[in-house]
Design a protein around this ligand. Structure first.
Ligand SMILES: Cc1cc2nc3c(=O)[nH]c(=O)nc-3n(C[C@H](O)[C@H](O)[C@H](O)COP(=O)(O)O)c2cc1C
Length: 364
């Protein structure tokens, strides 16, 4: 089983090739952005992953996407994350923080002001707020000065991540949030240094990478991308031009890894893998969770070094152990994915506990 083999990259060494994909769970204190105390246990239960990528964590309050999403800015947030990284490390795991600015995929109900974006282009669709779903509002276009401030917010959050004991950071450049909004033509209508030509659309993402690399070193910095992903109303028909160019620019840094979200047809990976000599983590987006067999074939074909699994990790905290035995997998009800509720978070048992339970009930 290739997924269970160890992996030795230039910057990261992992005991297996199974990563836990970043997943927002919405359990943080909505007012303070401090992760819930159970978060340490939640991630520690999943420390058998070769690498854990944390849920998206906001780099500034304006970059918060929805209710219950944690931040990595204040002293209390850093302290709470320190307990999380300590718990994961004590279980022998590794954890990167996913740094997130949601851009226009937010709402005044969430951030207390108009969300910001490259351009004032409203997202078609609705935004999740505490009261449920609300129509998206037209965001405010960032000034050049403010763009510089957001770049610094990413660098400061990366610094805070290291202070909190994370092994590195993954910049959230996927799924239609601020970084991808700069890359995509339908969300970036700017005509200044940050928009117009492809080189200009790449400027903000590259400035973020450069600032974060400068702050904590390239070997602790990763980037997640989702070429062509229409999520959050992104139109990226030109992804075959955009991403090869982005990768060409990124190659000089020696980043920890590149994380690519693709479809099960592997079109983006087939296109980009030959352009990326560094470590590549792949993840597939479809209605069904990325499966063990899909993961095996991604490694086997050489399209990825490591595969990230999202939804399967929610209900299977010991996913690598289950993969090793091809044991049955539990399924989480969609209802528990997000929210302030505490069921469906740390209460999915590991296999041993489950077998022990069965053994007990068989005896009684
Ligand atoms: C509940 C949930 C929350 C998610 N939150 C994030 C997130 O914070 N950041 C991110 O980059 N992707 C997020 N995703 C996307 C996952 O990382 C992953 O790409 C997706 O679930 C597909 O992988 P899977 O088939 O293995 O679940 C989320 C997905 C789910 C189901």
């Amino acid at each position: 089983m290739r997924l269970l083999e160890s992996f030795r990259g230039a910057a990261i060494q992992l005991p297996n090739r199974i990563a836990m994909a970043p997943m927002t769970r919405g359990r943080a204190d909505d007012k303070t952005g401090v992760p819930h105390p159970l978060t340490a246990e939640y991630y520690a239960q999943r420390a058998g992953a070769g690498l854990i990528v944390s849920e998206g964590v906001w780099v500034s309050r304006t970059g918060k996407s929805g209710p219950g999403i944690p931040g990595l800015v204040t002293g209390r947030q850093i302290e709470a994350w320190r307990a999380v990284t300590k718990a994961v490390h004590e279980k022998g795991g590794r954890i990167y923080a996913q740094l997130w600015h949601a851009g226009r995929v937010s709402h005044p109900e969430v951030v207390g002001r108009t969300p910001v974006a490259p351009s004032a282009v409203r997202q078609a669709g609705r935004i999740f707020v505490s009261e449920g779903l609300m129509d998206a509002v037209e965001p405010r276009a960032l000034s050049e000065l403010e763009i510089g401030e957001v770049v610094q917010d990413f660098a400061a959050a990366a610094h805070a991540a290291v202070e909190a004991g994370f092994d590195g950071v993954e910049l959230h450049g996927a799924n239609g949030y601020l970084i991808q909004e700069f890359l995509a033509q339908n969300t970036n209508r700017r005509e200044d240094r940050y928009g117009g030509s492809l080189a200009a659309r790449l400027r903000f993402p590259l400035e973020v990478v450069a600032a974060v690399v400068e702050e904590i070193g390239a070997e602790r910095v990763a980037l997640r991308i989702s070429p062509g992903n229409p999520e959050n109303d992104i139109v990226e028909d030109d992804w075959k031009e955009v991403y090869p160019r982005l990768l060409t620019e990124l190659r000089r840094y020696g980043l920890a890894y590149l994380h690519v979200i693709d479809t099960p047809g592997h079109e983006a990976l087939s296109h980009l893998r030959p352009l990326w000599p560094g470590t590549l983590i792949a993840n597939l987006r479809s209605d069904e969770p990325t499966s063990q067999d899909e993961g095996e074939s991604l490694i086997e074909s050489g399209l990825a070094d490591v595969v990230a699994f999202g939804r399967l990790f929610i209900a299977n905290p010991d996913l690598p152990a289950r993969f090793a035995l091809r044991a049955p997998l539990a399924r989480a009800d969609h209802e528990v994915y997000y929210g302030a509720r505490l069921d469906g978070f740390t209460d999915f048992p590991a296999m041993e506990a489950e077998s022990a339970k069965f053994a007990c009930s068989a005896r009684s």
